[in-house]
Design a protein around this ligand. Structure first.
Ligand code: SF4
Length: 261
């Protein structure tokens, strides 16, 4: 059994400063030099940014672990796209994580299948059960995770660093190598490297999640405006990438669910 690689806030702060101006591949090089074969994974909902990270990671580590969450509510196009990704990257170890079925059934039985549309707390509860908790469980198997987060995606992401200590997930390291990339850079990369992209982008979607909670945006709208579009004033976050200082939505949803969930 390998020894866990751990950092404290001071160490990771210094590394973050060192790597702040680094290119994504340099951040990945540091990560792969630091963490073992099975102790690091790309975590992605297979959207554009995540596919950039996956493609970059494969160049260095062909058998990279890739974790994605199947909430059991994804669009059919996403399930088909998962097959496309497997075919395009036959060497990756793609793990599709699912929620606890008993918990999902109990949640729907108690509240109704569409309860998540009725309030922000309800929605956060659904996201917690279907997405956040399954991922929290999966992250216990790694010392570091790689995301495709970018600062300009949403206000709650504006201060992310390329390397962070993730206090919401047992103090593991969270890598955001694309933190300072613009959307154009993402799409230029995907085109230049012939990376297959989620088919719903061609239908006007700019951020893709669960089927009932995602729609295409209209001209002038923010890229994440199609997520939970019926909500006003709530951050377009599900709790996976919540503010590190507070534990954010994950803790709120946990309180709503009760201590035994
Ligand atoms: Fe539930 Fe919608 Fe969150 Fe998916 S995005 S987990 S359906 S509330």
């Amino acid at each position: 059994m390998s020894t866990r690689v751990q950092f404290d806030d001071l160490e990771i702060g210094e590394i973050a400063i060192d790597l702040d101006a680094s290119e994504p591949d340099e951040v990945l090089d540091w990560a792969f030099d630091t963490f073992g074969q099975d102790e690091i994974a790309v975590v992605t909902a297979l959207q554009a940014e995540g596919m950039v990270m996956l493609d970059m990671a494969v160049q260095v580590r062909p058998d990279i672990r890739v974790l994605t969450v199947d909430t059991l509510m994804l669009p059919q196009a996403t399930y088909e796209y998962i097959d496309t990704v497997r075919e395009h990257y036959p060497t990756i170890r793609l793990e599709v994580i699912k929620p606890d079925l008993e918990q999902v059934t109990a949640m729907e039985h108690a509240n109704g299948r569409d309860f998540f549309t009725q309030s922000v707390p309800n929605r956060l509860t659904c996201c917690s059960v279907r997405k956040v908790q399954p991922l929290v469980g999966a992250l216990r198997s790694v010392d570091a995770w790689i995301t495709g987060l970018r600062r300009e995606q949403w206000a709650s992401r504006a201060a992310i660093r390329k390397v962070e200590l993730d206090h919401d997930h047992d103090g593991i390291v969270k890598l955001n190598p694309l933190a300072d990339w613009a959307s154009d850079e993402v799409w230029d990369y995907l085109r230049d490297h012939e990376v297959p992209t989620h088919p719903l982008y061609a239908q006007g979607y700019t951020s893709i999640g669960c089927d009932p909670c995602t729609r295409p945006i209209t001209e002038g709208e923010d890229d994440r405006a199609g997520r939970w579009w019926w909500e006003t004033g709530a951050p377009k976050e599900c709790g996976i990438h919540c503010p590190i200082e507070t534990g954010g939505f994950e803790h709120e949803a946990h309180a709503l669910l009760g201590a035994d969930q």
